[in-house]
Design a protein around this ligand. Structure first.
Ligand code: MN
Ligand code: MN
Length: 455
């Protein structure tokens, strides 16, 4: 693959139709799935239709299995042979930046006649992007008696939505205009409007009382049930094609559901030549912490479960050896050059929209801090596989040295001894409510993951 080959010049009409068709499938996924819980449900159900089973007590070569952790992380496993000596692992994350509803969220504002719901932002957002736009509410409420109530409101035309009201420009001069852009919007102010009609002639908190009666009717919940809820506020708009030529997809949550989707579809659509796992984590956006993040022992648990249930006699040393022999593709999005802000990139080492899946030798920041760097030998091997399968790909780094930085699950998984490399499609407007991807980069990512499983 030579540098700066525009991907669109490398595909014929038939392939272009395939790209557009795959994009439609992906758009329907990204429309339906806005949270990690919804992603797990989606992947579980599509895997079941392709013959994957909830991990049974005994397993065998040729089997296809899945393991779910807390409804928020999932591993899909395709065993091709036994003994289990090495794995190809594709790892991605399903969580995306958003606003979480606080445990005690409801607040009546008498002065303005509204009930607001308080939120706490999750992950790296630019707060101003979330004001004055339609928002939807997704998640679950578990009542004290153990009933699990699913909430999904705002995505469908006809559903009500929610909104954080921004200040009119006429009165913004001091309150916002005199502040630095990223400080003009405070986290504590990110409250969504949720209701406005009071209980008729109610004396005490009439607006909140009326809302609570709606919530009681609709969800059978009391105010205290918010304590045991996982509720996420996300953009209400669905995906759209962008541009006269429909070459881009704009949608919320593409970091990193685009890789969760393309790795899973790659596994389901391919005939892997070796034992393969797709593992999808939560909590990447806040540092991969917690028991469903990549820093947890979930992947280790999956491997140990496989070894035990296939009846292998192994030691801790064998497990470490298995991890050292296995390869992990850290499938996460990168950045492509934004025409309006080119100066943050070293154009020689930047991803370009349309040049295919982006391979990042390392991420991190400053003097390569917090980076897991892929070894030259592994990169050479990947180049060979992608060239053989005619996958469109490019190399790139996030931005200029010292411009900022970011990380992926690569560093956490590499600490187990796996050989790890970062590769995924590049986005523009990453972490915004409307992230952009080139359809050919989405397609190339799917093709690259498939090529690796089938090599
Ligand atoms: Mn990501
Ligand atoms: Mn991210």
């Amino acid at each position: 693959m030579s540098k700066d080959n525009i991907g669109w010049n490398l595909v014929n009409e038939a392939e272009k139709r395939e790209i557009m068709a795959f994009s439609e499938q992906y758009k329907s996924f990204i429309n339906e799935v806005r949270t990690e819980r919804e992603a797990v449900k989606f992947f579980r159900s599509i895997a079941e239709t392709r013959g994957y089973k909830d991990m049974p007590e005994t397993i065998e070569a040729g089997g296809k299995y899945y393991i779910i952790k807390n409804g928020k992380a999932i591993a899909l496993i395709n065993l091709t042979s036994s003994p289990l000596s090495e794995f190809r692992i594709l790892a991605a994350h399903m969580d995306s930046p958003r606003l979480d509803v606080k445990p005690s969220p409801l607040e009546e504002d008498k002065d303005s006649h509204f009930v607001l719901m308080k939120t706490h932002y999750y992950g790296g957002i630019k707060k101003y992007q979330w004001f004055s736009r339609p928002l939807s509410l997704h998640g679950i409420i578990v009542t004290k008696d153990g009933r699990k109530v699913e909430v999904k409101i705002g995505d469908n035309m006809g559903d009500p939505v929610f909104s954080i009201p921004d200040l009119l420009p006429h009165l913004s001069k001091k309150e916002q205009g005199d502040k630095k852009l990223l400080e003009g919007f405070e986290g504590e102010k990110m409250e969504i409007l949720v209701s406005h009609i009071p209980e008729k002639d109610g004396k005490e908190e009439p607006f909140k009382k009326q809302l609570l009666s709606i919530l009681k009717d609709r969800y059978g919940m009391e105010e205290d049930d918010f304590y045991s809820a996982d509720l996420e506020v996300v953009p209400a708009e669905g995906p759209r094609d962008v541009g006269f030529d429909r070459a881009l997809i704009g949608a919320y949550g593409q970091d990193d559901k685009i890789c969760a989707y393309s790795t899973t579809m790659a596994l389901l659509d391919s005939k892997p030549t070796g034992n393969s796992i797709v593992i999808l984590f939560d909590k990447e956006e806040i540092g991969s912490d917690g028991n469903v993040g990549a820093q947890s022992n979930f992947l280790e648990f999956v491997l140990v479960t496989l070894l035990e249930r296939i009846g292998a006699k192994y030691t801790y040393g064998n497990l470490l050896e298995l991890m050292q022999r296995s390869k992990v593709i850290s499938a996460d999005v990168g950045a492509v050059v934004n025409p309006l802000f080119k100066n943050v990139h070293d154009l020689n080492n930047a991803g370009k929209a349309g040049n295919g899946i982006l391979i990042m030798k390392y991420t991190g920041s400053g003097g390569k801090y917090s980076a897991s760097e892929a070894q030259a030998e592994l990169i050479a091997e990947i180049r060979k596989v992608l060239d053989e399968k005619r996958v469109i790909y490019q190399f790139g780094l996030l931005g200029k040295v010292d411009e900022g930085g970011g990380g992926t699950v690569a560093r956490y998984l590499s600490s187990y001894g796996f050989s790890v490399i970062d590769m995924g499609p590049g986005l523009m407007s990453m972490h915004s409510p409307f992230e952009l991807v080139s359809k050919i980069d989405l397609w190339s990512s799917y093709k690259a993951y498939r090529a690796i499983l089938e090599s």
